[in-house]
Design a protein around this ligand. Sequence first.
Ligand code: SF4
Length: 369
Amino acid sequence: MSARPAIRQSRNSDRAQQLLAWYDRHRRVLPWRAKRGERADPYRVWLSEIMLQQTTVAAVASYYREFLRRWPTVKKLAAVPLDDVLTVWAGLGYYARARNLHKAAKIVAEEFGGRFPDTAEELRKLPGIGAYTSGAIAAIAFDRQEVAIDANAERVLARLYAIEEPIAEVKAKLQTLGRALVPEKRAGDFAQALMDLGATICTPKRPACLNCPWMKDCGARKRAIQDLLPVKGAERERPLKRGAAFVARDATGAVLLVKRPEKGLLGGMMQPPLGPWTEDFPSAKEALLQAPFRAEWKRRAGIVRHGFTHFELEIEVYTAHIDKRPNTEGRWIEDMSAAALPTIMRKIVVHALDDGGPLFGYAKSARRR
Ligand code: SF4
């Protein structure tokens, strides 16, 4: 080995040890994280990593606990119908994750006897597991020498190496730089340490460099450009879509919900009947044609807004009180907390019912969240 790679290797090894020493003192306590000296449970690691995709630790914690309480093993999760999983997942967003979670649980239970594959390559073959998640599970659950570079880790590395190109253009480079840092031993701790450093010290705004184990070595800090990195690309404007929702309540207070198609946005989740999403709201006349059945539909004041990854949605809400249930598609639900209602649909129902009339216990609890 020539002198230069050897020096680089030893420098990387020093950095890994500095980060691990910091982690030993400052690691976060998280519900899914093994305690010091404990072996990580692959099921818990997998469950938490799927939930944490594009979602914050704070949002995930209560869902994670509820999943584990109901389904403490992958076999138990695999044995329940998908609808049960979607119902408990409701509100966490990105619902394809829940469908893939259930599919993957079935594969692990039925084809692997309930044991997760222990390499990143094999893990990547399971639904819902990409490069980042397979690396994270392989490192954390099986201590494989794998790298897990998410947005937090990208930020830390872009600063450590003072990379000034837009982050979207240097993903492969960051992956290579990150991989070179992973130590042979304690790869799982290293992955979690990098996550913790990004979440608590090397934060998007005003990083706490004085508390950072890489302070002396950090390229961005040496040049005082840490607040400018990473360089983001231009933000794409999200198109706006609009539509109407129809919330019908019968004499018992039950609300009509229909199931969305299994594939596509919010697939398999429940919703009140909705018209198409287009450039503008339907006129009152058009809305009546979109309604699921004839009734005295009244438009509620106000608009329900929701941001999806690729577009913004605005919904006008029509309500109707009926004495007799019409013969129409869907289910009349009294206990909304038992329905797989994603956040946008929950907002619509709450908006419709919050009219001074009797509120469902569900609607009250939804507003407290
Ligand atoms: S020194 Fe500052 S900018 Fe550099 S890695 Fe540490 S926290 Fe981030």
